[in-house]
Design a protein. Sequence first.
Length: 319
Amino acid sequence: MDRTRALVESSLLVALSAMLFLAGHFLPIVGMAFSLVCPAPLVVLGLRHSLGRAVLGVAVATVITAAFTGAVGALFFCFGFGFLGIALGALGRRFGRAVDIVLYGILVSIGSKLLLMVIAIKLTGINPFGLEEAEIMPVVERIASLYSGLGMSEEALSLAKEQMRATLSLIPLIFPALLVMAATVDCFLSYIVSAAVLKRLGRETLPGLPEFSRWRFPKSIFWALIASLALHLTGAYYPSMAFLQRTALNLRLLVTALFFFQGLAVGWSFMQARGLGRFLRVALTVLVFVVSFLAQIVLVLGIIDMWFDLRSRFRGGRA
């Protein structure tokens, strides 16, 4: 690609990404769709151009968004979409497997969100890792006032306030796990949407992800669960090492999420083997997220499948 053409193409991709982000920022409801597509032009930029030019393109797009949304919106674009988009493109040029691209992309997503968080802490003075009771209660009271306006009784309102206080107090403890989960979902959705857009355009494409029914995590994940229990017991036995309990809680949440998704993959494989249509499979999967009892069954299925490969039985012994 000659230099002039490369400059024009990169400029168009940068402008398109900025426009999609601004559309997502200003348009209600439908803006969410634009936000999902926002990283796609940057993925193309990372795929077709050097990393230096891609980073420069993100910097230009950040300046464009700053002109319309201010510094906060520009920072959110840069660290929320920009770096992840060009990273997925650059990784797609280097690696041939979708799993490798997504795993490294998750690391980039975590890093960019940590940087964004550091900047947010400096600007607002609020540290999500260490929220105090005095910072939580005003939020609880504002939500409670909304419930009160809807006619909720005093007894129900008092119970709701206590539940909200307990939930908000838990968030700082599990914030590291929530951050990793958010980065994973962000990277995964960006990859899927970008791959679909690139395939539609018929240009450079990203490798396809494995079928969901074949998703499987290594057995070593189970030992991470055992490690989390050991850390919890150690922290409980030695009060001076209470931070181990917080570490154990976050590790257990992450491992549980992996077991859960492996269990969903088992269920999806079973439904495929029984010939259920895609709509019914999706509907039953959504039901699992709504009914806690079903979610617990799926979690147990994930743990069992990790050791006994239930899916090979659904497929008549085929792996």
